[in-house]
Design a protein around this ligand. Structure first.
Ligand code: GAL
Length: 414
């Protein structure tokens, strides 16, 4: 379907009674500023504009930077019309304070709970039985991205899992290629550690740590494997890691400066914008090729209550919420974002080979894990990020010392 037809179709799918005769401005904040993210957010903005709402873009680069700005604007009485945040506990206090528009009526009218899967995505938006956000995608950190050509042109086997990657890494280094592209931002290092947590163990262990907050498990041999892997990864990176953005690290793989990156599947958007094809120029290993499960994090949109509860703005917010879960937008947006849709009743045959792997994994509920941002408070997440930054950047910090610190954080986790 030609894009302009799609946008027109999207506009036609949302027919709700709205009092606004003129296009209502909705300032929309988000942190989707990389090439791939911008391509995806344009799909969303075009559809919202076509539905008669004026999308006023409020992009703020970097999730760790954007989150506090978004939250302080809402608590400070200067709310935006809509905002992206992670599907998790980011907005927990804002919802409890009654600062978010209640979406329950439209969610029930459209039967969101009948088609949004996994159901816990909507649970993460629900407080005291009411719904305050709309999940728009499923992103998982549990992926490794490889530049096939870097291995093939150096006469090396393209790794099919983490262990083979480790084996080939020294040979890549000898050829002048950085084995592992890492962005040293805190959330990226925490994300990588959480990938090892399940890939080198299993889903039960992941849940013991990230759901049960089991300090005994945190002190055990399975967690030591995670620290050992992060210590090994320290030897596969370049000196430019500290502070590098995730998309700059992805670009190192795309351009062949590095062999691989462990990163969420939003990285796919960068490969797509670079004109690369899954299975041809790049490969993807869910669960590092060892344990193909996916954590189901991702993004949701919240709609802060407008000043004076302006009914025109609330109408526009509800119309946008309805659009974001519509079938056409779910296909068009997720194909660009490299994420998986929040509904299973749509045709994703256009998805690339890597997304198809993800969709297949999602079909079995046993392969689905909660994202850590749905388990830990922002405060605990911050402590874990600080620990991994210190461990990854300080080779003098032993595995034993790191694990002791980890146990303390898990014991106090909330
Ligand atoms: C995540 C978000 C993704 C992507 C990523 C990198 O938190 O869910 O959509 O934006 O950050 O910026």
């Amino acid at each position: 379907m030609k894009f302009r037809n799609l946008v027109a179709a999207l506009a036609a799918t949302v027919a709700l009674p709205f009092s606004a005769a003129h296009a209502v401005d909705l300032e929309v904040t988000h942190w989707w500023t990389s090439g791939g993210e911008a391509a995806a957010v344009k799909v969303m903005a075009d559809a919202v504009n076509a539905a008669g709402i004026n999308w006023v873009d409020g992009a703020i680069a970097g999730g760790s930077n954007a989150r506090p700005i978004i939250i302080s604007r809402i608590t400070g009485g200067n709310p935006m019309g809509a905002t992206q945040l992670n599907t998790g506990r980011d907005a927990e206090d804002l919802v409890k304070a009654g600062l978010m528009t209640d979406l329950t009526a439209i969610a029930e009218k459209e039967g969101w709970k009948d088609f949004i899967r996994p159901a816990k995505l909507l649970d993460a938006c629900t407080y005291e039985g009411k719904i305050y956000c709309v999940p728009v995608n499923i992103h998982s950190f549990q992926w490794m991205w490889l530049n096939r050509g870097v291995y093939e042109s150096n006469g090396l086997k393209v790794p099919s899992n983490w262990n083979e990657f480790v084996e080939e890494a020294p040979k890549l280094k000898e050829k002048g290629v950085i084995p592992l592209a890492v962005g040293g931002e805190p959330w990226q290092l925490l994300g990588m550690a959480n990938v090892f947590l399940v890939a080198l163990n299993d889903a039960d262990f992941y849940k013991k740590i990230n759901v049960d907050k089991d300090a005994e498990a945190a002190a055990g041999p399975q967690m030591k494997k995670v620290f050992d892997a992060m210590a090994a990864a320290r030897n596969f990176v370049d000196d430019g890691t500290v502070g590098r953005s995730w998309n700059d690290a992805a670009n190192m793989v795309i351009t062949g400066k590095a062999g691989a990156q462990i990163m969420g599947d939003w990285a796919q958007g960068e490969f797509q914008v670079a004109g690369q094809t899954a299975g041809k120029e790049y490969d993807c290993l869910p669960g590092l090729g060892l344990n193909p499960v996916l954590d189901t994090g991702g993004d949701a949109f919240y709609f802060p209550r407008p000043k004076d509860d302006n009914p025109d703005v609330v109408d526009a917010q509800l119309k946008m919420a309805s659009l974001l879960v519509s079938k056409d937008l779910q296909v068009a947006f997720n194909l660009k974002k490299g994420s998986l849709p929040i509904r299973g009743d749509i045709d994703m045959s256009a998805a690339n080979a890597c997304m198809q792997k993800g969709i297949k994994i999602l079909d079995d509920p046993a392969n689905i894990l909660p994202a850590t941002e749905q388990a830990f408070s922002s405060d605990t997440q911050g402590q874990l990020e600080d620990l991994w930054v210190e461990f990854f950047n300080n080779p003098d910090m032993s595995v034993e010392e790191g694990q002791e610190r980890f146990v303390e954080i898990i014991e106090a986790a909330n």
